[in-house]
Design a protein around this ligand. Structure first.
Ligand code: M6R
Length: 607
């Protein structure tokens, strides 16, 4: 996600803003900017690229002044560019924003219809227009203008707003994106993360959901969105700077595991049309009637998400699907061409094998759709169409939130296709979409089971090998569970289709082998329970991942982790979470370098 900082006091703002943004650099960003008030008016300096570019620009266009806001942007709406960088200024109003405005298309067209002119492609600029309109329409102060503008906006956000008409005030608001106020002597800060301000103050107030805060150099006033005052005692932060980067979690991977409910909710924002029983793919329009076959291409974890995609697209859209490893596809002289939709899935958007596979597919006349987490990365640029997951930067090398948001992206695609092939009825789409929007809450339920997973990691973590079993859409989850464990704990693990166990891996089973079985309620439940019995008959230790309310499974397993019930198609989004957590706690217990496991790179840009 993007980084936010604001300063109001008597020191020069720009060096403090740049210093704060530098502390947020580890999160990844594609552009940066500041707006600093001086001599009756604020000056915006912003540009695409790293903070170094911004600093160079500031040498040519200095921004002196003691009140200012600064931002690092991770593009979601609109490509990375100078114009799309924050702050956005409309009239006297400067705005920085983290998150996504869900109803941005509707608000933008209303604003354009009533005469507003936009200078960027972002959803954020809308908010600057809305606040400016409120000031023009007579809002008595900036706080009131922001409060009134917030009533029009749906989505997840942390905003910080500054006005040339009221230069002694910063106004900030929070809904789902983090926001913190840092308290100083005759100066105050606003930031998205404590990391940004820790070198200046350790006395902070965390702003909560649905709160608005008005900050001057000497005061901090918190209200709800109706204007009702809220009282909050400041906290003293004792975290080190490194702990603060990780949000108090021991590793980025653990932080990212916990971020999944939010990341998934952000990926759904603006895409689910509950009234129309349909989905929107950010303006992507596919010629569905002429798609004869879909081929997913990807590597590693993205390949596992694609395998779930095969199950989803075939069952919901009834279009034949193949899934290929990008590194194999490109060397196989694949039979591919017009009528094929190639779906390239890549978190980084920079994986060389996937890029080369896309080139091959395009050369042979296929249409390519990219699903990526990084706006304007190479893969979406190479593809004919692209839409994005909104996981935010993933820092841990082992992919977690990127995977679950890919599953969401692929589920949206499957519903989109199903509605257009008519294989998916309106009623079924309605049920699935209603389930889909519940997924973030259900994920929260699972990630809160950390203490139980820690106990299981202690119980099984000394094994020298693991087997993961699943059927249907749980088979790729078994592969993903095995990959996660291998990557960060260096324990050998195999993922297998449960029905294949008797064709070979059953020979491995003894009382030393933990077998993790994915056995949520569904059509293959009984068959999988039989596989589980076969493991136990050979003294294998069974850890079952099952559906809450399943009272039978405990009798067939040594240990059970329960996940909430959901639609069959969406179960992988929940069952993968205990596997990520098990791997994490096993690795942590072994003391491996969880965030940067040996020999691995976050983005594989070589063959
Ligand atoms: O950025 P991509 O999704 O294209 O990356 C693909 C793989 O390199 C990646 O998923 C890798 O397997 C991760 N280490 C998984 O944790």
């Amino acid at each position: 996600m993007c980084g936010i900082i604001g300063y109001i006091g008597s020191r020069q703002a720009t060096p403090l803003l740049i210093g704060g943004l530098r502390k947020l650099e580890y999160r990844g960003y594609d552009s940066a900017g500041v707006s600093v008030f001086n001599d009756g008016m604020s000056r915006v300096v912003r540009c695409r690229g790293k903070l170094g570019n911004l600093e160079e620009k500031l040498k040519a266009e200095p921004a002196p002044g003691t009140v200012g806001i600064g931002h690092t942007r991770w593009a979601t709406h609109g490509r990375p560019s100078d114009e799309n960088s924050h702050p956005h200024k409309v009239g006297p109003v400067s705005v920085i924003h983290n998150g996504i405005i869900e109803n941005h298309l509707q608000l933008r067209s209303e604003l354009v219809a009533s005469g507003s002119q936009f200078s960027s492609e972002t959803d954020t600029e809308i908010f600057a227009h809305l606040v400016e309109r409120q000031l023009v329409d007579g809002a008595p102060d900036l706080t009131t203008a922001v409060r009134r503008a917030l009533l029009k906006v749906r989505g997840s956000y942390a905003f910080v707003v500054m006005s040339d008409k009221e230069p002694g005030t910063l106004v900030a608001a929070k809904n789902s994106s983090p926001l913190v106020v840092g308290l100083g002597e005759g100066e105050n800060f606003v930031a998205s993360d404590v990391t940004a301000i820790l070198s200046e103050t350790r006395k902070v107030i965390f702003i909560e959901e649905g709160e608005l805060v008005t900050v001057t150099r000497d005061s901090v006033q918190i209200t709800d969105f109706e204007g009702k005052p809220k009282q909050r005692e400041p906290k003293i932060i004792t975290w080190s700077a490194v702990q603060a980067e990780k949000g108090g979690f021991k590793h980025f991977m653990l932080k990212e595991i916990h971020e999944q409910p939010r990341a998934v909710a952000d990926t759904l924002v603006g895409r689910v049309d509950l009234e129309g029983d349909d989905v929107r793919l950010d303006g992507v329009e596919l010629d569905v009637k002429n798609i004869k076959r879909i081929i997913f291409i990807a590597c590693g974890t993205s390949y596992h998400a694609s395998m779930v995609g095969e199950f989803l697209v075939e069952s919901l859209a009834r279009i034949p699907v193949e899934v290929d490893l990008a590194s194999e596809f490109r060397y196989r002289d694949p039979i591919v061409g017009p009528g094929d939709l190639v779906v390239a899935v890549s978190q980084s958007g920079e994986t060389l094998d996937t890029m080369e596979a896309i080139r091959e597919a395009k050369k042979k006349g296929a249409t390519v759709l990219a699903i990526s987490n990084v706006v304007e990365s190479s893969i979406p640029r190479l593809a004919d169409h692209a839409f994005y997951t909104h996981a935010g930067p993933e820092i841990g090398v082992a992919s977690t939130k990127a995977f679950t948001t890919q599953l969401i992206g692929i589920a949206l695609l499957a519903i989109y296709l199903g509605r257009r092939t008519n294989a998916l009825s309106r009623e079924r789409a309605r049920t699935l979409l209603a389930e889909l929007v519940q997924i973030p809450n259900k994920m929260r339920d699972v990630v809160e089971q950390g203490a139980h997973l820690q106990v299981l990691a202690r119980r099984y973590g000394n094994a020298t090998g693991f087997l993961f079993l699943g059927r249907g859409a749980q088979y790729p989850i078994a592969l993903e569970g095995a990959l996660k464990l291998k990557e960060i704990s260096y324990i050998h693990a195999e993922g297998y289709a449960a029905g294949e166990m008797k064709h070979g891996p059953i020979a491995l089973i003894d009382d030393q082998l933990p077998v993790v079985v994915l056995v949520p309620k569904g059509p293959s439940y009984e068959k999988t329970v039989s596989n589980l019995a076969e493991v136990r008959a050979r003294q294998g230790k069974v850890l079952a991942i099952a559906t809450r309310g399943d009272n039978e499974i405990g009798g067939h397993s040594d240990d059970v982790v329960l996940v909430p019930d959901t639609a069959l198609e969406l179960q992988p989004m929940l069952t993968v979470l205990p596997l990520q957590m098990l791997s994490y706690y096993v690795a942590d217990q072994k003391g491996t370098d969880v965030d940067q496991p040996r020999n691995l790179a976050k983005s594989v840009t070589v063959e």
